[in-house]
Design a protein. Structure first.
Length: 604
């Protein structure tokens, strides 16, 4: 999950101003970034926790299958997953995943083998996910919105043995192309999942590599759950990073990584008499895709562990989501910023009864302060932000909604229990910085991945100094609240100054005509790089030229931060999760620059 970044520019420090702190002066040396750190001195931010929350998280490494087994014992007849008009109880999902495990075992899936899940949000996903966990297999998550080239990379690099998908277009066609190009020999296709709109099941492709999902889940062979001897070492999921630069890498997330991440979230939201959320009592609407770590770990697995009811939507439609939030008395809604923007734009938004909602969460990308404020003013419901990433399963920081403990504007919260967050010098990664100074965010804790799959060099680089280097730039204040400025790779070096696109975006979002904005660095023959803004306007709003923008931003940005150009778009590119995506715009601008022969005037 990508960072929630700071809305307030951090003060730039000169080397002479920075306090020099060694690793040993802050925390004892550890053997790695992904080991328990709760034997260390209590970190200073623990004093900012609400009463009853203990930073020393008493965690136990456990297998993912224990989550479902415990939930079935406690909540067996209660609804676990609903999809359309169809619901499945905890006991039913357990039984169906047992049968799916037996059917997959016949197809050769077992301990240490990779099962690819190429699926939208449907009940097929949790059934097959838990089947894989019961077999000791490794799940390789694949996005339905990935290009064929990226899917091919994940199948080949992830050594996928069996791929599960739908017989519906375009899934079936793409899966068959993947099989042709990669030699993948076994495909399982669901002809139409229960609850998916349509007129009956679709036919399966006439191909010997294709097996009917219904046949797989009808298997009644006895299956003995695989023994997970060391949950902290055995990989449960290969979760590919977004691939914003270069070829996507797979984070090896162990059983313990995923389980301790859920425990951290529970400790934060279900501890104390005034806990916001209760075991067995909540309903979560999940439109975030389960193939993404944001939906899988802190949402779905956490919900199963707590006995909550999860309503799955296969895709985001603002009107449908708003209707179900009201009609189905949803209490928890996790989303990404573009979802809140889209719902706010609906004419019926302010007339919709959202009184059952207890909390909303925003992650995956920065939530503009203006959007958060507008949503909270309209509903009275807090939108809690946090930071995490694929490599951290994705636990990191979180905000609070308890009285007297609201997170300051622009911050993405406090470190979760059991975690150590550190800021290191951008030019000297062995040098720790004190509160208030800006550098690269690093993290240590048992939720941090085992490493990158088949990428020992990348793993060694990421874990340099015994801490995981996140690539996010920010600072922590004296109370421990984290403020993230931007991604290290997105930082613009303009005329010798460090310029953070997120700071410019927040300033542009303050204009009432702006719906969405992306700022990137573009080549500049004079400055090296300059900032360019891509803007989507609200309906009926008029475009403003660059001089108008410079006038508007004059009291909000420094001269070195002022965008050199603005371009208006009907739509801005987004990732499969729905967060705004920069890589397409960066590629476009580079192509323009190259075509113009490096002449910035010709490019403009």
């Amino acid at each position: 999950m990508t960072a929630i970044r700071d809305a307030v520019p951090a003060r730039e420090e000169t080397p002479a101003e920075e306090g020099r702190m060694t690793q040993s002066s802050r925390h004892p040396e550890t053997t790695g970034a992904n080991v328990p750190v709760t034997d260390e001195p209590l970190p200073y931010w623990a004093s900012s926790y609400p009463p009853g929350i203990d930073w020393r998280l008493p965690w136990q490494p456990r297998a993912v299958t224990t989550v479902l087994a415990s939930a079935v014992a406690e909540f067996g007849p209660k609804p676990m997953v609903s999809f359309g008009e169809t619901s499945f109880t905890y006991a039913e999902i357990d039984r169906l995943s047992d049968r799916a495990a037996a059917g997959l075992a016949r197809l050769g899936v077992g301990p240490g083998r990779q099962l690819g899940l190429y699926l939208p949000n449907t009940p097929v996903y949790p059934i097959m996910f838990f089947a894989a966990m019961k077999l000791g297999a490794i799940v390789v998550n694949m996005s339905p919105l990935d290009a064929l080239r990226e899917l091919r990379h994940k199948v080949e690099d992830g050594q996928v043995a069996v791929l599960v998908t739908l017989a519906l277009p375009p899934f079936a066609e793409t899966a068959l192309k993947l099989a042709d190009e990669t030699g993948l020999g076994t495909l399982v296709m669901a002809r139409r999942p229960d609850g998916l709109p349509g007129d009956g099941p679709v036919p399966l492709p006439d191909d010997p590599r294709v097996h009917d999902y219904q046949d797989v889940i009808a298997c009644t062979d006895p299956v003995t759950p695989a023994a997970i001897a060391d949950p902290a070492e055995e990989v449960a999921v290969l979760q590919y990073t977004g691939g914003t630069t270069g070829v996507p890498k797979a984070a090896m997330l162990t059983h313990a990584n995923l389980m301790v991440a859920t425990e951290m979230q529970h400790a934060w939201t279900m501890t104390g008499e005034d806990a916001l959320l209760k075991r067995g009592e909540e309903t979560m609407l999940l439109v975030l895709p389960l193939f993404h770590i944001y939906a899988l770990s802190p949402c779905f697995l956490r919900a199963v562990d707590a006995g909550w009811h999860v309503i799955l939507h296969p895709r985001f439609d603002a009107a449908t989501v708003l209707r179900d939030l009201s009609a189905r008395k949803v209490t928890i809604f996790p989303g990404v910023p573009t979802m809140y923007t889209a719902m706010l734009a609906l004419p019926e938004f302010r007339q919709t009864d959202l009184s059952a909602l207890k909390t909303c969460a925003s992650g995956g990308a920065p939530l503009p302060v203006e959007v958060r404020d507008a949503f909270e003013r309209a509903t009275g419901i807090p939108v809690l932000e946090g930071w995490g990433m694929t490599e951290t399963s994705p636990a990191g920081t979180a905000s609070q909604a308890r009285d007297g403990y609201r997170t300051p504007r622009g911050s993405c919260g406090l470190p979760l229990p059991g975690l150590i967050l550190e800021i290191v010098d951008l030019n000297d990664p062995d040098r720790l910085l004190p509160p208030g100074q800006t550098g690269e965010l690093c993290i240590r804790g048992p939720n941090v991945m085992k490493g990158y799959w088949k990428r020992p060099d990348a793993t060694a680089e990421a874990f340099a100094g015994g801490r995981f280097h996140t690539g996010d730039v920010g600072y922590m204040d004296e109370k421990g609240y984290l403020y993230l400025v931007d991604r290290k790779k997105d930082m613009i070096l303009s005329g010798g100054f460090n310029v953070y696109p997120r700071v410019i975006e927040e300033a542009i979002y303050e204009h009432p005509s702006v719906s969405e904005v992306i700022v990137i660095g573009v080549p500049d023959a004079y400055r090296g790089q300059s900032a360019k803004a891509f803007v989507k306007l609200k309906p009926g709003a008029e475009e403003m030229d660059i001089e108008g923008w410079r006038s508007y931003l004059a009291d909000k940005l420094g001269r070195h931060e002022m965008p050199a150009a603005v371009e208006y778009r009907e739509e801005l590119p987004k990732t499969p999760v729905g967060k705004l995506s920069k890589k397409e715009l960066v590629a476009e601008e580079k192509a323009k620059w190259d075509a113009a022969g490096g002449d910035t005037r010709a490019r403009a």
